[in-house]
Write a new protein. Structure first.
Length: 486
């Protein structure tokens, strides 16, 4: 039923570390884990694993149901199914099937987030060969102040009641709950960081797309993670996660908000969000998890694959912290602190992607401010970042392509003025030696089509300097000047 019993062994090992006096009582379970048969399969004898949900409300009462087959008052639970990804998932499925409480109405506790509070051994002999149930009991708290309306399964359940800890029907569970220290308070279990530069940009993390077991695979998110035993506070958690995930240190992190997100198991996960200022180059950070770190402006958020809760959080922060401060250029054109007469140049980056003699071009939206209705290379403007970091970001934002900066090679430079009075521009064209992904329309308000064109048969209309750059690349000419008065 399970691809591996390693997760089950880990749960049992951690449980016995907390409850060493129960090793003898669980000897049969330990033997079953060492046997060839699957102890999570209900056909395995002389014993197999079942799972239960210990659902606690804010008044420290535990949900019990009348079990029709046995006539007993029990916590919800049952046998493991082949589709259950984890033992805790069995408990969540059973409580929803038997009482109608969905995973989204529940949250795990900080004390029992990683394993069962109790493993009960129950003999079963009614109507089937005598055997034992090793019942793994997982604790969940109601996420709201009041319980959702119960929808009981009549063929299995005769009724439901909420009982205080000292009236819980299972003696072993009752003892552990009484000694647990649970007080009904829901505390954040994870910590994340809104990192911004004070100029309207936000540092976002693109998570791995092909890891379905992680939270929000393939989405843009905040850096952060779960609290570990060595973390004295959630502030310690977020600082450790920033170091581990990106080698990043932010000096003045402050609490910003407590938010709820949906975890990988469907439960509600409370997160403490911190915020802090940083103005570095994301491409220089040693990213150890995920695909990419990049600066993003709020206007990009609607076009990014991102959990709605994260987008709403960032938009709220952006509304409360409008751009301002000392970074950037002055409004008149000369860079702050630059020598008199200096005129800043806009730096653009362009992707030269070649496949079987064809190059990738995008058709600009007719309403685009630049090049509307014309074919153009994938391109963007540099912010406070290196040119290669900018191009890596733009390739992912605009077309869903993943490129390593080390696979980029500068192959042409265009120095131009589009029209008299316009700011001069330096347009850098980079060839990607390797990339991952197939071009997608990620920003349909800017680009309406991606297409491969023969380098000798370029489409029309095409942005003139793009044509000049492609022709220069094909002939080995590294530089083009256009638009300058002679």
């Amino acid at each position: 039923m399970y691809r591996s019993l390693l997760p089950v062994r880990a749960l049992v090992s951690a449980y016995l570390d907390r409850n060493p006096g129960e090793r003898q009582a669980l000897a049969g379970l330990l033997t079953a884990l060492d046997a060839d048969s699957d102890p999570t399969d209900r056909s395995t004898l002389p014993g197999h694993i079942t799972c239960g949900a210990v659902v606690i409300d804010r008044d420290l009462r535990v949900l019990h149901i009348g079990h029709r087959a046995s006539g007993l008052l029990l916590t919800p639970g049952g046998h493991v199914e082949a589709t259950d990804g984890a033992l805790s998932a069995t408990a969540l499925r059973e409580v929803e099937e038997e009482t109608g409480i969905p995973p989204g109405a529940l949250t795990v506790t900080s004390a029992f987030r990683d394993g069962p509070i109790d493993i009960d051994v129950r003999p079963i002999d009614a109507g089937e060969p005598a055997h034992q149930h090793y019942d793994f009991r997982f604790v969940f708290q109601l996420a709201a102040d009041t319980a959702p309306e119960l929808v009981l399964r009549p063929e299995e359940v005769t009724g439901a009641v909420w009982l205080p800890f000292d009236e819980v029907t299972s003696p072993t569970l009752r003892a552990k709950l009484t000694a647990s220290g649970l007080d009904g308070t829901i505390t954040p279990l994870n910590a994340s960081a809104i990192i911004h530069d004070g100029q309207g940009r936000y540092l976002l993390h693109l998570r791995d797309a092909n890891k379905p077991w992680i939270w929000e695979p393939g989405a843009w998110s905040l850096l952060g993670g779960g609290r570990e035993p060595q973390d004295s506070t959630l502030g310690d958690t977020v600082r450790r996660e920033l170091r581990e995930e990106a080698g990043l240190t932010v000096e003045d992190l402050r609490p910003y908000a407590a938010e709820d997100v949906t975890g990988t198991d469907g439960t509600r996960v409370p997160i403490q969000v911190f915020t802090g200022l940083w103005r570095g180059d994301p491409s220089a950070l040693p990213l150890t998890e995920g695909v990419l770190l990049a600066w993003m402006h709020p206007e990009k958020f609607p076009f990014l694959t991102m959990p709605p809760s994260t987008r709403e959080l960032l938009e709220r922060h952006a509304a409360e912290h409008p751009p301002g401060g000392s970074a950037g250029t002055t409004g008149g054109g000369a860079s702050a602190g630059a020598p008199p007469g200096t005129v800043p140049h806009v730096v653009g980056v362009h992707l030269y992607l070649e496949r079987d003699g064809q190059v990738l071009l995008g058709l600009r939206h007719p309403d685009s401010a630049y090049g509307g209705g014309s074919w153009h290379a994938l391109a963007g403007h540099c912010e406070a970042e290196s040119a290669t970091a900018c191009l890596v970001r733009e390739a992912n934002e605009e077309a869903g392509l993943v490129i390593d900066p080390g696979d980029l090679e500068l192959v042409h430079t265009v120095h131009l003025v589009d029209r008299p009075g316009d700011p001069p521009r330096i347009q850098l064209f980079f060839r990607a030696r390797h990339w991952e992904g197939t071009p997608e329309l990620r920003e349909p308000d800017a680009c309406v089509a991606w297409q491969w064109w023969g380098a000798q048969d370029l489409p029309s209309p095409i942005v003139p300097y793009t044509r000049a750059a492609i022709e220069g690349i094909r002939t080995g000419r590294p530089y083009t000047e256009t638009g300058w008065p002679h």
